[in-house]
Ligand binder design. Sequence first.
Ligand code: UT7
Length: 346
Amino acid sequence: MLQRYGKIIGWGVHIPEKVVTNFDLEEKWDTTDEWIVQRSGIRERRFASEEETTDVMATRAAINALKKANIKATDLDLIIVGTCLTEYFTPSVACLVQSAIGAKQIPAYDISAGCTGFLYSLSTAYQFIQTGAYNRIMVIGAENISRFLETGDRSTAILFGDAAGAVIIESTDEPCGLHGFTLGSDGDDKDVIAMNTSSHRGRFDEGHFIKFQGQQVFKFASRVLGKACREALAQANLTLDDVDWIIPHQANVRIIQSAARDMGVPLERFIINIDRYGNTSSASIPLALYENLESGKIKPTDTVLMVAFGAGLTWGATVLQLAPKSEATVAHTQSDAVLGQLAAAG
Ligand code: UT7
């Protein structure tokens, strides 16, 4: 059998409209814009409305990715959603997306790995592509965390935001896709970031909120980001010089600065949008990828190193080249085709 690779043929996001600035949080949480900016780099974030549940946001991101790829939901073989705080214990968000987009009877499941959920999902999807089991896979990162912040503490309440991001991977025999990856976990540190569901009776219950030990997470993250990047690059037989962009999980700009120092890489090679969205957990990497593909800063043929950490504890890194070198213009061609269709439709 021919060696199978996976190219990213579509990407999409859903970003809630409601902007919540640091100033909006000052009174309620006895905090200041200055403190939040200095300690985290965050200036504003988006909060989902009542209607924008995790599956609704994931579905909208999925539909946008299908449009970008110019394919139908029935062309998909599998849906994987990285998410950790969903409205239902069951069914999965992936099954709700499968139904909503009309991807009839294909397998669909969630992966819970805290903020590392998207990279766990992406790495898993690539295994199915590389073995030839599936040809087109939708991978989504979606989180609606704001509703769990109401009764929390102020260091948590200022960090998180809501969003969803999706990519579609398609099988190809041209070299590209996942060059290397590493995943890890350490359940011994389960209490460092946790939300206990035993008190779960609905939205905004007292005692039902994310708790974390901020400084422990900070130290762990600063250590693990560089380590995970080095491991994924070693597996890919590449070095940092081969990488065009690094997309880190957007948890705290100081964690990213610390990882940049540890890796000896200028901060300019890191993609950073935490100032506008805060920490959107599993959605943070696909959201950053989407924005920078759309702006043209990241080219589909670039080599991108993505790295994340989160509750579990979990961590992961992937070295990805979205499209084969021969398809340097494919993304633009697809965009032009969609624009052409829209223009033709009047
Ligand atoms: O995706 C993984 C999820 N978790 C994370 O990303 C968390 C990573 N950790 C962090 O980002 C940082 O630890 C925080 C931003 C959460 C906190 O920053 P810090 O520099 O570690 O602050 P701290 O927890 O050591 O608190 C310093 C002070 C304390 O006051 P005292 O004891 O020095 O008087 C806190 O009570 O800052 C106080 N504080 C606040 N003050 C104003 C904590 N939260 C706030 C706040 N506004 N929102």
